[in-house]
Design a protein around this ligand. Structure first.
Ligand code: FPP
Length: 226
């Protein structure tokens, strides 16, 4: 029997290099990247197995970028969510986030909460945007919550108290030729399959995703058994 792909995670990398390659400013790369987010999400919503798509949109380290780029990314995400609502509803996508939203503007947090509320009954796909997300931070926060509630520290409880009590990741894709995990979903990738592609995120297509999934299906996953 082939592997089931329930939870797909993507580290969307290479927007800046794509822009440079085409002689554009970096922000144009992020804009093009947002279009790909839209296409890949629609594909996943219509895929018969995928239940959850987690996308690394803004890491805890991304604050170190120039303010002008950070501000642009914030506005882009806000614009994307507002524009995307119709597609979320049409495609049956529930919107969720992981990561600490506190440092974001009140306006962006408002848009995020509103989108979550309006899409909460959609059932074809959960699209999770990782925003100001870092996996080590997520694990530490989970353990702190367990201690506060005087619960036992064990694998099941740590999993339950993560930002993502959704499920382990089956497949992790990273674009742009980098072969790193960069503090993304460290706990949830314990038994994931990995796929790295040299394609820059704005050039990533559903056709390439289909090929990666086909390859994933053929792999043997033993989860530590023989
Ligand atoms: C990596 O490219 C990408 C990001 C830092 C953010 C991802 C953002 C998007 C795909 C666009 C907006 C997202 C949504 C959900 C609307 P990079 O800038 O690190 O590229 P580089 O490594 O080539 O410089």
């Amino acid at each position: 029997m082939s592997n089931r792909l329930r939870h797909l995670g993507i580290i969307m990398d290479g927007n800046g290099r794509w822009a440079k390659k085409h002689g554009f400013k970096r922000n144009r790369g992020h804009e093009a990247g947002a279009e790909v987010v839209r296409e890949i999400t629609a594909f996943c919503a219509n895929h018969h197995e995928i239940e959850t798509l987690t996308l690394y949109a803004f890491s805890t380290e991304n604050w170190r970028r120039p303010k002008i780029e950070v501000d642009f990314l914030m506005r882009l995400i806000s614009r994307y969510l507002k524009k995307e609502l119709k597609n979320y509803m049409n495609n049956g996508v529930r919107f969720e986030t992981i990561g600490n939203l506190e440092p974001f503007s009140k306006e962006l947090r408002g848009t995020i909460e509103k989108t979550k509320e309006l899409t909460k009954n959609n059932t074809k796909l959960v699209q999770i945007l990782a925003l100001n997300y870092g996996a080590r931070d997520e694990i530490v926060r989970s353990i702190k919550k367990l201690l506060q509630e005087k619960k036992e520290i064990n694998i099941e409880n740590i999993s339950d108290f993560l930002d993502t009590p959704y499920s382990d990741l089956d497949l992790l894709i990273r674009t742009s030729g980098e072969e790193r995990v960069s503090n993304f979903l460290l706990w949830q990738i314990a038994y994931s399959e990995f796929a790295f592609t040299k394609t820059l995120w704005p050039d990533f297509t559903t056709i390439e995703l289909e090929k990666i999934i086909e390859n994933f299906k053929k792999r043997e996953r033993r989860f530590g058994a023989v």
